[in-house]
Design a protein around this ligand. Structure first.
Ligand code: NAD
Ligand code: UGA
Length: 465
């Protein structure tokens, strides 16, 4: 089966970049990305490529080449569904904030709405591809909805989870470690799998394209994120031990990472992991385990989250204790608000929780982030509902220039590992700061010796000071 038209529902961090690369590599397929968010679609269509709704290195070039050729962004959801033989569902699946499973289970309302819309519109057979991260067995729910339309249209459901990381999305899509496709073990299922394999095979070596059944594919995505987050929590747990024993967490990471069975990646101790998915997906895994009565399994994975919460709070508490147990009325500068470098995404960023803890202590925070907007920062804080929006705006300011942000500051806290922070004129920052001047490096990106030579009281993570 040759696919000529693809529709992707959801033009977010996954749908946008994924479909852009897919369209770039398959000029003969017409790819239409749809979203109900008009503003987002307008930004994807903006002739000024700097205004794309998400920032990802390399994304502009891909969009420039494919957009208008065989890549389209539109709010005309029904038309795009009708025309496509293959439909990707790439909508958000946040943690539920209400009802049963509140705070743990994935909220599948956007998935169900998409499925219902496909069911309503479809007049010809379709392959529906789950691109969003979903609880194991969600495909069954989608199938139930699609199979009861009574209009004779036949659907095949595939699971094709996305493994890209933000900040390296284009690179990850161009050269992924693997692509995973789960499908039904029937002739029709195999035909659907082959159709999707053929699309990826235009640029990805066949041996990297794994095919499996739907349930294994759905669960593998949650497990991959759980394992990655677990590594960060594991090294962060060790960072606290390093601080009290005089060991250096960077040396420990290096020593264990050279064991080929452990490997060197994802052992960077930090102020805590953030991002829209690690916490959400582990909570989802915990919820699934609990719902099958697997208490020990649930407790085991929940600990990854508890350790991460501890790491964020520990960082904030350390700032307060080093600043002579009070930060009330003191200016503290945050360098970075994004959850990692090279992205403007702030979802679940550690910075939000560290700021909240310090604002509770009446600190006055000034934030500088090279890619995050002022509105986003205030929206993140307001969302916590800890204090009124007016109070948040009174206590926290956003600066457009890092030196301005650091002027007359009591302490600089590094929350994101943006490369530019390393090349700042730290002597100049020191001169304009209140003395003794502190730097709390939540990402261990600066050189401790040179910072101390300049005069800073420099604190890093996982190194006794
Ligand atoms: P996102 O919030 O950036 O984008 C989702 C988009 O879907 C939004 O623009 C929203 O308006 C749109 N949408 C919701 N319901 C819709 C509907 N009925 N019709 C049309 N559009 C609709 O989310 P995201 O970060 O792209 O994540 C999407 C999924 O991919 C999630 O399940 C997530 O877990 C998974 N995932 C994300 C990443 C990542 O790096 N962000 C990586 C791998 C997997
Ligand atoms: C992560 C996974 O890496 C992707 O494979 C997955 O597709 C994605 O989640 C998803 O499902 O959404 P992402 O969250 O974009 O990608 O970014 P990561 O590079 O994994 O970083 C996550 C967080 O962990 C960041 O806050 C980062 O700073 C932190 N981290 C990462 C560390 O603190 N130390 C490390 O060694 C690595």
């Amino acid at each position: 089966m040759r696919i000529k038209n693809i529709c992707c529902i959801g033009a977010g961090y996954v749908g946008g970049p994924t479909m852009s690369v897919l369209a770039l590599k398959n000029p003969n397929i017409r790819v239409t990305v749809v979203d109900i968010n008009e503003e987002r679609i307008a930004a994807w269509n903006d002739s000024e490529l700097d205004n794309l709704p998400i920032y990802e290195p390399g994304l502009k070039d891909v969009v420039k080449e494919a957009r208008g050729r065989n890549l389209f962004f539109t709010t005309e959801v029904e038309k795009a569904i009708d025309e496509a033989e293959m439909i990707f569902i790439s909508v958000n699946t946040p943690t539920k904030t209400y009802g049963k499973g509140k705070g743990m289970a994935a909220d599948l309302k956007y998935i169900e709405l998409s499925a219902r819309q496909i069911a309503k519109v479809a007049k010809s057979d379709k392959i529906v591809v789950e691109k969003s991260t979903l609880p194991v067995r969600t495909a069954q729910a989608i199938k139930d909805i699609l199979d009861h339309t009574g209009n004779g249209v036949r659907f095949q459901i595939l699971s094709n989870p996305e493994f890209l990381a933000e900040g390296t999305a284009i690179q990850d899509l161009m050269d992924p470690d693997r692509v995973l496709i789960g499908g039904e073990e029937s002739d029709d299922g195999k035909e659907a799998i082959d159709a999707l394999v053929d699309i990826y095979a235009t640029w990805i070596p066949k041996e990297k394209i794994l095919t499996t059944n739907v349930w294994s594919s759905e669960l593998s995505k949650l497990v991959a994120n759980a394992f990655l987050a677990q590594r960060v929590s594991s090294i962060n747990a060790i960072s606290e031990l390093c601080e009290v024993t005089g060991a250096d967490v960077r040396e420990v990471s290096r020593a264990i990472g050279m064991d080929s069975r452990i490997g060197p990646k994802f052992l960077q101790s930090s102020v805590g992991f953030g991002g829209s998915c690690f916490q959400k997906d582990i909570l989802n895994l915990v919820y699934i385990a609990k719902s099958y009565g697997l208490k020990e399994v649930a407790d085991y994975w929940e600990q990854v989250i508890l350790m991460n919460d501890h790491q964020k709070i520990r960082f904030a508490e350390n700032i307060v204790s080093k600043l002579y147990n009070t930060v009330s009325g003191k200016k503290i500068t945050f360098l970075g608000w994004a959850f990692k470098k090279d992205t403007n995404d702030t979802r679940e960023s550690a910075a939000i929780y560290v700021a909240d803890a310090l604002l509770n202590e009446q600190a006055e925070i000034t934030v500088y982030d090279p890619k995050v907007s002022e509105e986003r920062i205030y929206a993140d804080l307001d969302y916590l509902n800890t204090r009124s929006p007016e109070e948040n705006r009174r206590l926290l300011k956003v600066a457009l220039n890092p030196y301005q942000a650091c002027k007359s500051t009591h302490a600089v806290a590094i929350l994101t590992e943006w490369d530019e922070f390393k090349s700042y004129n730290w002597e100049k920052i020191y001169e304009s700061a209140v003395k003794p001047a502190f730097v709390f490096d939540g990402r261990n990106i600066l050189d401790s010796q040179s910072m101390r030579e300049i005069g800073f009281q420099y604190q890093s993570i996982g190194i006794s000071n």
